[in-house]
Design a protein around this ligand. Structure first.
Ligand code: 5RP
Length: 266
């Protein structure tokens, strides 16, 4: 993987690049396609996360392709071990998938707190601050994270970065009415904002809002201060900066190994 943009971002878990192992080679010396390697890393992290669930727990179900593997493994455990868990989905997509897999669900209205949430991230730094929202589920993800006793983040190693926002643009959820106002205000903070579109139409979140992807040229130097600044902009519903919400991190690597880290003391 050396030399591609993902590995340039690979960072801290396990104490250095070598800890992750070499790039697996196929027979004949060919390199395995990046997507397949990343998918294996995501699968390893996602499945490992589901092992952290205990009987009787209320479990926050995050959103994304890494969480997908956690949902599959959790469904297996519910079937085989007769685990009595209740899931709180963070998006309509996750709700649909959990139903299909037979994971019992509960509404957020009916829970006072969540024992464990398993969620992905687009970037995570050494303090365990994160950028989320690549799947446009940031608002519900943040609400559920806020209610969670423990937020367990599952990523492949390319998501571990020194500074947030250098490679991945920061998503912010905005009320459609205020979209231009919010974009101008964020531009004044030094970012280029692009409305997220799919098929030529603005992406509409589960909450009926739009998403601006905000690219900061040198990344976000002070994520905590930036989150506070963004919070003050009317019409900006929520930013994808998740500060102090993650407690633990599972990083999957392409060999299928998984590294668990607890959040360092702040
Ligand atoms: C959705 C998210 C996802 O957790 C994040 O985009 C990571 O997704 P993936 O596991 O597919 O890489 O924040 O809003």
């Amino acid at each position: 993987m050396a030399g591609d943009s993902a590995s340039a971002r690979q960072g801290f878990p396990g104490g250095g690049r070598d800890a992750i192992g070499g790039v697996p080679r196929l027979r004949g010396g060919r390199r395995e396609p990046t997507l397949r390697r990343v998918s294996r890393a995501k699968e390893a992290a996602g499945r490992a996360a589901a092992e952290h669930v205990r009987d009787g727990w209320t479990v926050g179900l995050g959103t994304g392709s890494t969480v997908h593997f956690a949902l599959e493994r959790l469904a297996e455990r519910i079937r085989h071990e007769r685990l009595a868990v209740r899931g709180v989905p963070t998006s309509l997509a996750t709700e649909r998938e959990a139903r299909e897999l037979g994971i019992p669900l509960v509404s957020l209205d009916d829970v006072a707190s969540v024992d464990l949430t398993i969620d992905g991230a687009d970037e995570i730094d050494e303090r365990f601050d994160m950028i989320k929202g690549g799947g446009a589920a940031l608002l519900r993800e943040k609400v559920v994270a806020f209610l969670s006793r423990r937020e367990l983040i599952v990523v492949d190693r390319a998501k571990c970065v020194e500074r947030l926002g250098r490679a991945f643009p920061l998503p912010v959820e905005v009320v459609p009415f205020a979209r231009a106002v919010v974009a101008r205000r964020i531009a004044a903070l030094g970012a280029e904002c692009a409305l997220r579109v799919r098929g030529g139409q603005p992406v509409v979140t589960d909450n009926g809002n739009h998403v601006l992807d905000c690219r900061f040229r040198d990344g976000i130097a002070d994520a905590r201060a930036m989150e506070r600044t963004l919070d003050e902009i009317p019409g900006l519903v929520e930013s994808g900066l998740f500060i102090g919400l993650a407690h633990a991190l599972l990083v999957g690597d392409e060999s299928g190994a998984v590294h668990l880290r607890e959040r360092p003391p702040r």
